[in-house]
Design a protein around this ligand. Structure first.
Ligand SMILES: [Fe+2]
Length: 336
């Protein structure tokens, strides 16, 4: 059972309770902006912080190995940051399973703080690591950490959380528990995205993104995520932006090509009377966010269609063949 703290001022007490005296502290450069938080940690008597900042945005396995080696001499792992910091720390915990692990997200979208998954890169290739031991023992969901999130990343991470709740909802791995999380997150996130930006609330989004993370921890993501990674690779769009482009088209496609009863549950979580209306609502939300849709060549479409992650694709409730995937990509991107 994960402990949730909503104020970082409660963290020192939580750390002292573990008896740890050396903290392996994984964080990015953005931490410099959170001087009050650093001051709060520095007031801990008899505690030594071992800073680790030696990792890149798409964290390399070798850096995570280095982190795991250094963490061995510490009594607790603390990660503050986006997916990269948390995933690096997750690997350190995997190799040091006895160490307590606390994660503090500084974006509201990945849900990484709630999952058993970490994404690392070996020789430029994506490596997915999965283990329950990587789920943090405690998380701090404090909206103040989102204060400096740039507007584009605020949008894309909110859309990422939306896609997690939607995809986990229709995933073939979903169960009663995951659907409960999916439904709650989907209804919260839809309400916040509908009147963007005035309806956005950082604290509420952090909690919803965490709940969506709990849903994907059980049900995983599906075709939207399977199809989005290469879009980011080719066009440099943020992960949540790419995932939303794919989910928008997949949602409409699924309404047309299946009559799965769960689509009605998705619609009602989004306060809509039909799946078609819900798909339309998400499409409208995406359009109003004014995010660019990249222009793709025919070669790009072919490259995208050939590089879809087959593992995640299997979680989609309808089988998608190569021809269908190509047609979907043509709808997702502007083709020139
Ligand atoms: Fe995602």
């Amino acid at each position: 059972m994960q402990e949730i703290l909503q104020r970082y001022e409660d963290l020192p007490g939580c750390i002292m309770n573990t008896g740890a005296r050396r903290i392996f502290f994984v964080h990015g450069r953005s931490l410099e902006k959170f001087r009050d938080f650093r001051d709060c940690l520095d007031t801990l008597e008899g505690i030594e912080l071992v800073d680790f900042t030696d990792f890149t945005p798409n964290p390399k396995l070798e850096d995570a190995e280095k982190a795991a080696g250094l963490a061995g001499s510490c009594g607790l792992i603390l990660a503050v940051g986006g997916g990269s910091a948390i995933d690096t720390a997750k690997y350190a915990r995997l190799k040091n399973p006895g160490l307590p692990f606390v994660a503090i997200p500084t974006t509201a979208g990945s849900g990484s703080e709630a999952t058993r998954f970490a994404v690392l890169y070996k020789d430029g290739k994506k490596l997915s690591v999965t283990d329950d031991i990587m789920i943090p023992d405690a998380v701090v969901l404090d909206a103040r950490f989102l204060k400096y999130l740039p507007e584009y990343h605020r949008k894309s991470s909110a859309l990422d959380a939306f896609c997690h709740s939607l995809e986990s909802f229709w995933s073939v791995n979903a169960n009663d528990e995951s659907r409960k999380y999916s439904s709650k997150a989907l209804s919260e996130i839809t309400a916040m995205l509908e009147g963007w930006p005035s309806t956005y609330d950082a604290g509420r989004m952090l909690m919803a993104s965490y709940t969506a993370g709990k849903a994907i921890n059980i049900a995983q993501t599906t075709a939207g995520h399977a199809m989005c990674y290469k879009i980011t690779g080719l066009f440099g769009t943020a992960h949540g932006h790419s995932a939303a482009m794919c989910c928008r088209v997949l949602f409409g496609w699924l309404c047309k090509h299946s009559n799965l009863p769960l689509l009605r549950d998705i619609a009602s979580s989004m306060s809509c009377s039909s799946p078609e209306e819900a798909a339309e609502k998400f499409s409208g939300i995406f359009s109003r966010m004014s995010l660019e849709i990249p222009r793709a060549s025919w070669n790009d479409i072919e490259e995208l269609s050939s590089s879809v992650n087959p593992e995640r694709l299997k979680n989609f409730p309808v089988n998608l063949d190569h021809e269908t995937i190509t047609a979907l990509y043509r709808e997702i991107l502007k083709v020139s």
